[in-house]
Ligand binder design. Structure first.
Ligand code: NAD
Ligand code: DAU
Length: 348
């Protein structure tokens, strides 16, 4: 399969590129990425010399850039079989600060890619989406299924829901074979340290406070990035066009318990308020979703997917990765990221 992967220099995209090249000898990848603050070619050092891999720097919302990536696939690999669309502005707190770039990249960017996929008669288009499009659950509510209606609460989630609907419409109206995956909270190597788990690890290692929003009892469903990548690959190859597939981690946990587990892994005091414990409760995120939970029955039943990483093992491996790759996160934590944290959480 010859793939156009967008956002392949980010967290999940880089894990996916590495995964498919290792898993399928006959797979070739063109990675189209704008290299925003979240994109980092260091994430793909180990595959950049692979003859089955090409990088194109460009913006998914710019039709000429997308066309260049398609031509790169044609020149290097003789054509393009599928698009796997990861590229997005992905951080909820940033979407609260400045929604417009989320609309441009996540909504317009998806439409530009859909148009290109149609023009070039691409065989599959996989839209990588999120459980956040479903909104927020209460403690006793049943998990979402693929039939649950979209009810997004943050500008990020609304932009992803809009992109899903445009992808669906493109399938219905023009017959493009569109597939949508909706995944829960990922963790693992190469995650940008603005997200809860790598933020907790790196702040604690740097001797800084770890901010926990509100009462810390918000629930997320954590999935190791490799389990997500395997699901995307399965849906890409064997999923039914026109369908949505939920990908849940089956690991619901409260934020405070996740942060405490990280601190225990690091051998630091984890009881809030005790000497040496870096946890600081801060003002809540506006519109903060209380709980996410999804049923992945369709993915299990139709495609035989099972998660392989138990949360305790995955968290240990992830913390180990950040301990072993200090230079990576020290570089990405400087500059723009630091300024953003100081403007937002620091000001709460
Ligand atoms: P990320 O922020 O780590 O990476 C995003 C990548 O997209 C970066 O490499 C960035 O440079 C690139 N990008 C941004 N704007 C672009 C543009 N206009 N043109 C081209 N490239 C651009 O994100 P992530 O956490 O790896 O998420 C990847 C995808 O998975 C997103 O679509 C996100 O909505 C979805 N998702 C993420 C999670 C999660 O927990 N992280 C869960 C479910 C779904
Ligand atoms: O559910 C999937 C989504 O997960 C993806 O679609 C998003 O791209 C991804 O960013 C993530 O969104 P969240 O908002 O759930 O992730 P984040 O890591 O930002 O926050 C996780 C939880 O931790 C959330 O309840 C907010 C809280 N939090 C977060 C940060 C950064 C804190 O308490 N303190 C923090 O400093």
């Amino acid at each position: 399969m010859r793939l156009l992967v967008t956002g392949g220099a980010g967290f999940i995209g880089s894990n996916f590129v590495r995964y498919v090249l290792a898993e399928h000898a006959d797979c070739a990848v063109v990675n189209l990425d704008k290299l925003t603050y979240a994109g980092n070619l260091e994430n793909l050092r180990d595959v950049e010399a692979d003859p089955r891999y090409r990088f194109v720097r460009g913006d998914v919302a710019a039709p000429a850039d997308v066309e260049r990536a398609v031509q790169a696939a044609r020149e290097a690999f003789g054509g393009l079989d599928a698009v796997v669309h990861f590229a997005a502005e992905s951080h909820v707190d940033r979407s609260i600060e400045d929604p417009q770039v989320f609309v441009r990249t996540n909504v317009l960017g998806t439409q530009v890619l859909l148009d290109a996929a149609r023009r070039h008669a691409v065989g599959r288009f996989l839209q990588v989406s999120t459980d956040e499009v479903y909104g927020s659950l209460g403690e006793g509510d049943a998990p979402w299924t693929e039939d649950s209606p979209p009810a997004p609460n943050s500008p990020y989630a609304a932009s992803k829901a809009a992109a899903d609907l445009l992808a669906r419409a493109c399938g219905r109206t023009y017959g493009l074979p569109v597939l949508i995956t909706r995944c829960s909270n990922n963790y693992g190597p190469y995650q940008f340290p603005e997200k809860l788990i790598p933020l907790a690890v790196t702040n604690a290692l740097a001797g800084e406070e770890v901010p926990v929003y509100g009462d810390g009892r918000h629930v997320r469903d954590w999935i190791h990035v490799e389990d997500h990548c395997r699901a995307v690959d399965l849906v890409l190859r064997r999923g039914r066009p026109g369908e949505v597939y939920n990908v849940g981690g089956e690991n619901e946990a409260r934020n405070i318990d996740v942060v405490r587990a990280v601190l225990r892994e690091l051998g630091l005091p984890d009881e809030p308020g005790t000497p040496g414990c870096p946890i600081r409760f801060v003002a809540d995120r506006p519109g903060h979703d209380r709980r996410y939970a999804m049923s992945s029955d369709r993915l299990r039943r139709e495609l035989g997917w099972r998660r392989r990483w138990a949360f305790a093992d995955g968290l240990r491996q992830t913390v180990r990765w950040y301990l072993d790759n200090r230079a990576w996160w020290e570089r990405v934590r400087s500059g723009e990221h630091r300024a953003f944290r100081e403007r937002t959480v620091g000001g709460r």
